[in-house]
Design a protein around this ligand. Structure first.
Ligand code: UT7
Length: 329
């Protein structure tokens, strides 16, 4: 009997209309366009300004687009998992809110928080529900409203982040297309360099935490940069080696978009030319859980059945890894 594969059958993305350019940031913090472009590759990012909208609303837009494109209704969804570090609320989870807003009544859902590796971790997790034979239609959402947790007084960090959502449909497949391998790791020693100080049970919200600006992303860029290159390059290596692949065998790398220099270092290490690496950081910045699905969405027209794609990410935790997929359409 053929093993059931978890196959990507469609992808859709959503970015808010409002653009936050490097020139806009020059008016807010002591920075300049040239520094941001050369140190990160970012030229602009999107921002959801409507205070009545939250992460779930971006997720809903992405899922609605996916349903229309792939021609299925909300009641056909068995499971929806949302990767996010910016849930609408601490609870309930954002997946349940998305399911409610799209009118899905036959599904269950939950969130996964693995910071910038959230989408990568969620794709592998979601695939298990398909591979077990238990479910037929699983939707993975990567959505983050990063500008709501960005400190616009911290110039080294505020230039990085933007808002977006992406959604992917996973279905069973008995052919070769689908998830082939994944290597995922969590390393809690990285916590000190990338975290949010308050708002959890360790340091609940108080006047002091608000005064100290502890409800924003805290990042020490240099150590994170080094670990990101090492973590992503090493994970890609592992997956390529385990599957007997050389750089030439890889059709595309879909990397987390945190810094163009990190992406280039990972591609170099894997001997994959930049023409085969999905890069849209210049337009959207770092959208955390949404970076990889946004890439797949923008590259969808260029992808062919049988393409071998490596997704790789690194984020707070630390969390990191890589997964190998054969594209199915
Ligand atoms: O997605 C999750 C994982 N996150 C990442 O992978 C991010 C990894 N880290 C990075 O991408 C980079 O470390 C940053 C983009 C965050 C920072 O770039 P960097 O090249 O590591 O800069 P740095 O922090 O070492 O700072 C270099 C200089 C400093 O000035 P001095 O001390 O050399 O005089 C900073 O104060 O650049 C200065 N600087 C800025 N200058 C203009 C820092 N931010 C800015 C800024 N504009 N926005």
């Amino acid at each position: 009997m053929n093993q059931i594969k978890a196959c990507i059958k469609g992808v859709h993305g959503y970015v808010p209309e409002d653009v936050l350019t490097n020139a806009d940031l020059e008016k807010i913090v002591d920075t300049h366009d040239e520094w941001i472009r050369t140190r990160t590759g970012i030229q602009e990012r999107r921002i959801l300004r409507d205070p009545n909208k939250a992460t779930s609303d971006m997720g809903v837009e992405a899922v609605k687009g996916l349903m229309e494109k792939c021609n299925f209704g909300p009641d056909e969804i068995d499971l929806l998992i949302c990767a996010t570090v910016t849930p609408d609320m601490v609870f309930p989870d954002t997946a349940t809110t998305i399911l409610y807003k799209i009118g899905a009544t036959n599904a269950f859902g939950f969130d996964i928080n693995a910071a910038c590796s959230g989408f990568l971790f969620t794709m592998t997790t979601a695939s298990q529900f398909i591979m077990s034979g238990a479910f037929k239609k699983v939707v993975v959402v990567g959505a983050d409203l990063m500008t709501r947790i960005t400190d616009y007084e911290d110039r080294a960090t505020c230039i990085l982040f933007g808002d977006a959502a992406g959604a992917v449909l996973l279905e069973p497949n008995e052919g070769s297309a689908g998830l082939i391998d994944s290597y995922l790791r969590s390393d809690g020693s990285g916590k000190e360099y990338l975290h949010m100080k308050a708002g959890g049970t360790l340091r609940p919200a108080s006047e002091e935490t608000v005064r100290n600006r502890e409800h924003f992303v805290y990042q020490e860029g240099r150590p994170v940069f080094k670990s990101a290159v090492k973590g992503m390059a090493g994970a890609v290596d592992t997956v390529m080696e385990r599957n007997g692949l050389q750089g030439d065998d890889i059709s595309w790398i879909a990397p987390h978009q945190a810094n163009l220099r990190i992406i280039q270092a990972v591609a170099d290490h894997a001997h994959v030319p930049m023409e085969k690496v999905m890069v849209n950081i210049q337009k959207y910045g770092n959208t955390t859980s949404a970076t990889i699905p946004l890439c797949l969405w923008e590259w969808e027209d260029k992808l062919h059945k049988g393409d071998l794609i490596i997704m790789t990410a690194f984020g707070g935790g630390y969390t990191y890894g890589a997964s190998l997929w054969e594209w199915g359409y």
